[in-house]
Design a protein around this ligand. Structure first.
Ligand code: IPM
Ligand code: MN
Length: 359
């Protein structure tokens, strides 16, 4: 298969982890005879430094022309505590999601059996955890009207959703549930928010077309508690933009490291794949960041294009690195393996195990 991939390394550890994902994709190309073309562009703080714009037009054009985007990370602390900053790195990612129409952000949460002791939660609680968060990504409070009065003393962010915005992601989430454990949980705050009540109404209506899926509802505060108390009960969680942002960071704790969680952001014509973690500026340039979330994002990219065997080989090679203890220090503080060594190990495993794996 021929694929044109846009690479957006971004800030902090983004370039380091993305480089490992690319190594793994190149190993897949080699092993299966595919041809992927990679083009790189700047986004985020580095783009602001170079061009003044966190998402230069040339970067957006590159993403629009590509079959998919592989994204590193975004954010730089020098912008975080400056309330007067006119441009922020995060705007680059938000604008990219909006411009590419990436309305569904899919974040799987699983526990690797080899890492069961890495979790801060008890083994009994996390055994068998396997759920996926469908987070709406281009609406809600992130994109509603923002206001601040002239005195700078009162500010607001509007949380707005249309029926159509809810319907399109609800269909994807129901389809996913149908192919999984057939349970969909809508997380909202319908006891308080009008927008949540619209979500309930629309999702309930769409649920009628998926009779094999059991639909239930949880208020977001209760959901935050259940993700820790009973994570194995979840199958597909469907939720709006900000609740999904928060709950997916919470979910990442279950598996023992945020450095393991990948995500796919899907629209009608575009798709972007990125780790759920941030730019981890303290680790920048140190070659210590965990590349697995980025590598698993590449596996999700392969699955998106129907390359299931290839994706399975990537996942199997990640498992091998965990089994053999070839991991970064976030997973084992005695480990001396670097980001690039873990990437090399996984890429070599892909190249070598291709033959026996295909049998
Ligand atoms: C994420 C991040 C982004 C978000 C930030 C960087 C804008 O936290 O992808 O979860 O809030 O969506
Ligand atoms: Mn987040």
């Amino acid at each position: 298969m021929n694929l044109k991939l846009a690479l957006l390394p971004g800030d902090g550890i983004g370039p380091e982890v993305l480089a490992q994902a690319v190594k793994c994709l190149q190993a897949v190309e080699e092993a299966f005879g595919h041809n992927f073309v990679y083009r790189e562009a700047v986004v985020g703080a580095i783009a602001i430094d170079k061009t003044g714009d966190p998402l230069p037009q040339s970067t957006l054009d590159l993403c629009q022309e590509a079959d998919a985007v592989l994204f590193g990370a975004i954010g730089d602390p020098k912008f975080d505590n400056d309330p007067n900053a006119k441009v922020r790195p995060e705007h680059g990612l938000l604008k990219l999601r909006k411009e590419l129409g990436l309305y569904a952000n899919i974040r799987p949460v699983q526990v690797f059996p080899t890492l069961i002791d890495n979790s801060p939660l008890k083994k009994e609680i996390i055994t068998g955890v396997d759920f996926v968060i469908y987070r709406e990504l281009t609406g809600g409070i992130y994109f509603g009207e923002k206001k601040i009065n002239e005195a700078g003393t009162v500010a607001s962010d509007l949380c707005e959703y249309s029926e159509l915005e809810i319907e399109r992601i609800a269909h994807l989430a129901f389809k996913a549930a149908k192919n999984r454990k057939k349970r969909l949980t809508l997380v909202d705050k319908a006891n308080v928010l009008e927008s949540s009540r619209l979500w309930r109404k629309v999702v309930t209506k769409i649920g009628q077309s998926y009779p094999e899926v059991t639909l239930d509802f949880l208020f977001v505060d209760n959901a935050a508690m259940q993700i820790i108390l009973n994570p194995a009960l979840f199958d597909v969680i469907l939720t709006e933009n900000m609740f999904g942002d928060i709950l997916s960071d919470e979910g990442s704790v279950i598996g023992g490291s945020i450095g393991l969680l990948a995500s796919a952001s899907i629209g009608e014509n575009n798709a972007l794949f990125e780790p759920i973690h941030g730019s981890f500026p303290q680790a920048k340039g140190k070659d210590i960041a965990n590349p697995i979330a980025s590598i698993l994002s590449a596996a999700m990219l392969l699955e998106h294009f129907g390359l299931f065997e290839e994706a399975m080989l990537v996942r199997h090679s990640v498992d091998k690195s965990l089994e053999k203890g070839v991991v970064t220090p976030d997973l084992n503080n005695l480990s001396e393996y670097t980001t690039s060594q873990v990437g090399d190990f996984i890429a070599h495993t892909i190249e070598e195990s291709d033959d026996d794996f295909n049998m």
